[in-house]
Design a protein around this ligand. Structure first.
Ligand code: BG6
Ligand code: MG
Length: 211
């Protein structure tokens, strides 16, 4: 019986993980590099700068810090162009039912995301008002798999880690939840994740009677 549910954002509540992938691919093209969906799994849940560092490593590129900032900001511009096309209600299957249920059942609802664009996306899709706490890339220092983001979310809603449940689509996020001593449900249609407590294809498969 969880008393708080901590949601990852990209790929769990909204279909933005594909936008991140597209935008990073477009950026990699700038230096004639490409990477696969399998490699992309390693970028999920990871901060913008850490993602860029990984891509540069894969591409065998060394770039000075100011150039890195430029590249990260270019990727974000492209990413936001895709986000801007999203509409009110553009959330993944099961999202609204689950949020509505949790609210009615008086459960705490928190966001635990690496994204610096989280609030903008929650606002745009119309689900911001459900959240009791928002811990995002603007407030955490350590990227998933570090548990900081989830521990901060639990603290902000005043619930013990073991009474929280985390919903994640990234391996880094699963490890973060595990380290935080929180049970974690993988949102993993493609069966690429491991080390979770339960797996669903999307949020519509969450058995709300369990929470
Ligand atoms: C995570 C995504 O939610 O946020 C990562 O899974 C992304 O792919 C990270 O890099 C940071 O997002 P943003 O929006 O701050 O660039
Ligand atoms: Mg995610």
């Amino acid at each position: 019986e969880a008393t708080a549910v901590i949601f990852d954002l990209d790929g769990v509540l909204v279909d933005t993980a594909v936008f991140h992938y597209q935008a990073w691919k477009q950026l990699a093209k700038q230096f004639d590099f490409d990477f696969t969906e399998v490699e992309n799994e390693q970028l999920k849940g990871v901060s913008r700068v850490d993602s860029l560092n990984l891509i540069l490593k894969w591409a065998n590129r060394e770039v000075p810090a100011p150039k890195k900032e430029q590249l990260a900001s270019l990727k974000n511009t492209w990413y936001l162009e895709l986000v801007e096309k999203m509409k009110y209600g553009d959330v993944l299957p099961g999202t609204l039912d689950l949020l509505t249920y949790l609210k009615a059942a008086d459960k705490k609802i928190a966001l635990g995301s690496a994204s610096k664009n989280a609030i903008r996306i929650l606002e745009k899709t119309g689900i911001l008002h459900y959240f009791d706490a928002i811990i995002d890339g603007n407030v955490v220092k350590n990227s998933k798999p570090d548990p900081e983001v989830f521990l901060k979310a639990a603290a902000e809603v005043g619930i013990m880690p073991a009474a929280c449940v985390v919903l994640e689509d990234a391996q880094a996020g699963i490890e973060a939840a595990r380290t935080a001593n929180m049970p974690v449900i993988a949102v993993d249609k493609s069966h690429v994740l491991t080390n979770y407590n339960a797996r669903v294809n999307d949020l519509s498969e969450i058995l709300i009677s369990d929470y």
